[in-house]
Design a protein around this ligand. Structure first.
Ligand SMILES: *Cc1c(COP(=O)(O)O)cnc(C)c1O
Length: 381
């Protein structure tokens, strides 16, 4: 009868904790941030403070160069989560009489359709299965067949499943067909190469709290300067008007409305830590390694990925709920949470799944810790 006390001892084992005492997050954001990023927030600044104005300027410049738009684009930060930036991007860049071709293979693409509905902007939707990448040939066909379409919207990594869309190819098609591309790069900027100037992309939306490893509260659009300059009066909204927000920054360097000061302090530090890590390539490499360890370990335990490897991105992995085993996500989640690991429910519509993120201040040790916790849970039954 050795098994009982063994089990008890297992359960009493101390849960895993981050350096600041929190569970590790394997989520699509908000994510586990570094102690340095959290510590950077221990200051107050008035919004007219010269130091804060310089910090805003520094972050705007760094984000433009991260998206490789240094010569052609400007960065316009917006208060709020990533959706605020996407809504501001659509509302400001798509003229009231424009028509968007929205390329959809997941919930974030569908959200752009919903934004168009709410804003009363016209949208055509090219929607395909959530386990397939958008096909550049189909985009070309849709643009050729629909001369009324003025703009194209695409999600780079559909965080719904973790799938990568072929953005460079789709950007080339849109450029050849002379339609500006609006890119939701929320879950890729900072970890995957973005070449706004070269692909080309007219607007890139992203946020502070995903692959940049900052805290939530600010988002931004990196927009072609010449395009943005022609967008005065397009926006449906006072606060989500990228043109007016940009004019504010150009005028006196200040935010139009109360800035998310502490979020910006954290983001400034997060961007410095990204540089110290070795930039986008190094961060992408760490996430790919996290992803590789995760997928290999989960497959060894019999779990199956929702996506085939060729289209799987390194950001987040969707796993099938094991069939016929009475798998209960709530219990699985709670068991991992008790051990110090937070995962995420599935978001694809037609299949029973769960998701595990590979991004944030986590590395191989945390991935292996999570895998050990999954193993212990399964063995416990
Ligand atoms: C996270 C995310 C968003 C924005 O979601 P918020 O909850 O508003 O931050 C948009 N698009 C994609 C692809 C995302 O991953």
């Amino acid at each position: 009868m050795r098994s009982k006390p063994e089990k008890k001892r297992g359960r009493a084992a101390r849960p895993a904790r981050t350096p600041t005492g929190d569970p590790w997050l394997f989520t699509p954001g908000p994510l586990t941030t570094s102690p340095g990023v959290k510590h950077a927030m221990l200051h107050d600044h008035g919004s007219r403070d010269q130091g804060f104005i310089e910090l805003t300027r520094r972050i705007r410049d760094r984000l433009v160069s991260l998206a490789r738009g240094g010569r052609t684009h400007v960065c316009v930060p917006i208060q709020g989560s990533g959706t605020f930036a996407v809504e501001a991007m659509v509302g400001t860049l798509l003229p009231q009489k424009g028509r968007l071709l929205n390329l959809v293979n997941g919930a974030y693409g569908r959200r752009i359709t919903r934004i168009c509905e709410v804003l009363g902007r016209s949208a055509a939707v090219l929607e395909i299965s959530e386990d397939q990448p958008i096909d550049p040939g189909a985009v070309d066909h849709a643009l050729a067949a629909n001369p009324d379409i003025t703009h194209v919207a695409l999600v780079h990594c559909e965080t719904t499943s973790g799938i990568m869309n072929p953005v460079a190819e789709i950007a080339a098609v849109a450029a050849r067909r002379r339609r500006p591309l609006l890119l939701d790069a929320m879950s890729t900027l900072g970890a995957m190469p973005i070449d706004a100037g070269g692909w080309p992309v007219d607007a890139v939306a992203a946020s502070s709290n995903k692959c940049l490893e900052g805290v939530p509260g600010a988002s931004f659009c990196i927009v072609r300067r010449s395009v943005l300059a022609a967008c005065a009066g397009n926006a449906h909204s006072l606060s989500l008007d990228l043109h007016a927000q940009w004019q504010g920054f150009e005028g006196n360097g200040q935010w139009r409305f109360t800035p998310p000061v502490h979020c910006l302090l954290a983001l400034d530090r997060a961007v410095a830590e990204l540089d110290r890590e070795g930039g986008v390539r190094a961060r992408g490499r760490r996430y790919r390694e996290n992803c590789r360890i995760l997928v290999n370990g989960m497959r060894k335990m019999g779990f199956q990925t929702y996506l085939r490897d060729a289209v799987q991105g390194p950001i987040i992995v969707t796993f099938h709920a094991p069939a016929g085993t009475g798998f209960d996500f709530g219990r699985f989640y709670d068991g991992l949470r008790r051990r110090g690991y937070v995962i995420y429910p599935g978001k694809v519509t037609k299949t029973d799944t769960f998701r595990i993120g590979c991004i944030g201040r986590i590395g191989p040790a945390q991935m292996r810790g999570l895998l050990a916790a999954v193993r212990a849970l399964i063995q416990q039954g």
